[in-house]
Design a protein around this ligand. Structure first.
Ligand code: ADP
Length: 151
């Protein structure tokens, strides 16, 4: 006996997969850091998406690799451009909660054509960033199905 569940249970397991079981640690930068420093941060923390927060650690924006590349191909001084100038900003940010299902998140990633979502908690004055969920987390979840089920 392999210890794996039968294949027909796989949809149940999928529907029960939650963000909190697969999320990663978020990497955040403040709104006033330069594009140059944001690029350095992206390399240092080995992520493709940075979340931008204000002085109260509330979500204000998202920076993708292409946002930073687009700015970099202009011949501007990257140390003098703050990221809030180029980021995608609230309220246009797609986010999720840690209790959301992974299927919902996968849907949003595909429909919005984005790579990552911030996992947030709702506070009185805004959204606190508590996690990050990316296509990599979804792929890991997909793989975990083959480890727990007889496919
Ligand atoms: P890349 O631009 O490197 O391909 P994405 O596909 O994730 O990475 O980003 C595409 C665009 O969508 C970028 O302009 C980025 O700022 C924006 N974006 C990324 N993630 C989100 C999100 N969760 N909510 C809203 N916009 C986002």
């Amino acid at each position: 006996y392999s210890g794996k569940k039968p294949g027909h249970d796989v949809t149940d397991t999928m529907n029960n997969m939650k963000v909190k079981d697969f999320q990663s640690i978020p990497v955040v930068v403040r709104e006033n850091v330069s594009v140059y420093d944001a690029i350095s941060q992206m390399f240092l923390d080995d992520v493709g998406t940075l979340f931008v927060v204000d002085k109260n650690s509330l979500l204000t924006g998202v920076l993708s690799r292409k946002d930073l590349l687009r700015t970099s191909i202009g011949s501007q001084d990257l140390t003098s451009i703050p990221v809030h100038i180029i980021m995608t900003r609230m309220p246009n940010i797609t986010y999720c909660f840690k209790t959301d299902s992974l299927i919902q998140v996968a849907n949003r990633l595909i429909n919005q054509q984005i790579d990552a979502l911030p996992v947030v908690e709702e506070l009185a004055n805004g959204l606190k960033v508590v996690g990050r969920i990316t296509k990599t987390n979804i792929t890991r979840a997909f793989l975990s199905l083959s480890e727990s089920h007889e496919l």
